[in-house]
Write a protein that binds this ligand. Structure first.
Ligand SMILES: [Zn+2]
Length: 371
């Protein structure tokens, strides 16, 4: 039923319209026109002004011609760098970039799959309940578009984000929370040769703190990493300042708080031991989510997969996505595998069969929502 040629052509067209993070405007205007032509009511919200993108989130609604559950499908429009002037090519049923950029299948594969399903609905006058669509901005690097959505405007209780790297059939039901941590240690400068005893080495304080810290794999659900250190100037001055940048993640919000508290305590204790001071900042980038394996939304996804011959399986994610934000704002969201392979690399690629399967899955979910 899926028109493979039309779907692949649309995908190739979408990725060749550049939409790097915060410059999604041209693509947003283009996809809005397509949604309107398919009969959806489209609006672009004001999130762009708040987060510094040249457009807002694209929100589209299609009134149902039958009773049933309102479903919301969501993808992000922005792509990571290098993602300008993407030139997709097809080799043996797989779509690649020309090797100088990412492909942008993350996340335009999902967008193409949704558009093909909506096209089929219109073309064949299929029965469907209300459908809502969100194509977000500025997902990469902080989920900023989704965080600035007005969640009151949605009627859907069930949200399907199409933005996971697993094969179609993968259903992400758990995602981690993430904290961003920054530490600024302030010591005291002194001549390193003449009067080192008058100094307090910020680098030494930071080292002492880090040496006591539990890092990397904390437990099955929790990770922590120091990503960057900077500080000091020349070798004959005791370093007056050092900055440390870190992150922590957990599938459990409480475990994350415990890990972040631990990292802060390591710095505070070390600063105290050396007579230095430390400024700490911990910001929650996004919250964890955990959907019950028996929740209706999971059953809907599993049933739809089975009906089209995909083997459904649930999994947890190590990364954040707009799914976290929908769940944190009172909607129930899962993230579906759409076969984005090696995202965020020059080797990113997409199997055409996965693109077709994803579009079939969207269509099947829509059909399944009719009561
Ligand atoms: Zn993505």
């Amino acid at each position: 039923m899926i028109n493979e040629k039309r779907l692949v052509d649309a995908f190739m067209e979408y990725v060749s319209i550049s939409s790097p993070t915060q410059s999604e405007g041209r693509f947003a205007a283009y996809i809005s026109k397509i949604l309107e032509a398919l009969g959806l009511d489209v609006l672009i919200d004001d999130a762009g002004e708040k987060v510094g993108s040249d457009t807002g989130n694209v929100i589209a609604k299609l009134k149902g011609n039958a009773e049933g559950d309102t479903l919301l499908f969501s993808c992000h429009m922005d792509t990571v760098s290098p993602g300008v002037d993407i030139k997709p090519l097809i080799k043996d049923g797989v779509i690649y970039s020309d090797g100088t950029t990412v492909l942008g299948g993350d996340n335009k594969a999902g967008i193409a799959a949704i558009i093909e399903a909506l096209t089929l609905i219109k073309e064949n006058n299929l029965t469907h309940a209300d459908i809502e669509v969100v194509f977000s901005i500025f997902e990469e690097g902080g989920l900023h578009g989704a965080k600035n959505l007005n969640f009151e405007q949605f009627n859907a209780k069930s949200v399907f984000v199409l933005d996971s790297g697993g094969d179609p059939g993968q259903i992400i039901v758990k995602g981690p929370a993430q904290d961003k941590l920054e530490f600024k240690v302030i010591g005291r400068p002194a001549h390193a040769g003449v009067a080192p005893e008058e100094g307090i080495s910020a680098i030494q304080v930071a080292s002492a703190a880090i040496s006591k810290m539990n890092l990397l794999r904390i437990d099955a659900e929790t990770t922590a990493n120091i990503g960057r250190i900077e500080g000091g100037s020349v070798t004959n001055i005791v370093a007056a300042e050092a900055k440390v940048f870190a992150e922590a993640r957990s599938l459990d919000n409480h475990k994350l708080k415990a890990q972040s508290d631990h990292m802060v305590a390591c710095f505070e204790d070390a600063a105290k031991d050396f007579g230095a001071t430390v400024e700490t900042s911990v910001s929650r980038m996004y919250s964890a989510f955990s959907i019950d394996e028996n929740a209706e939304i999971v059953n809907m996804a599993k049933a739809a997969c089975s009906r089209i011959g995909l083997k459904p399986y649930t999994a947890s994610s190590g990364g954040g996505s707009d799914t976290n934000v929908f769940n944190a704002n009172g909607l129930m969201a899962i993230n579906l595998g759409i076969g984005e392979k090696k995202p965020h690399t020059l080797e990113e690629h997409l199997h055409i069969k996965d693109l077709v399967a994803t579009s079939s899955l969207v269509l099947e979910l829509i059909k399944g929502a009719v009561k």
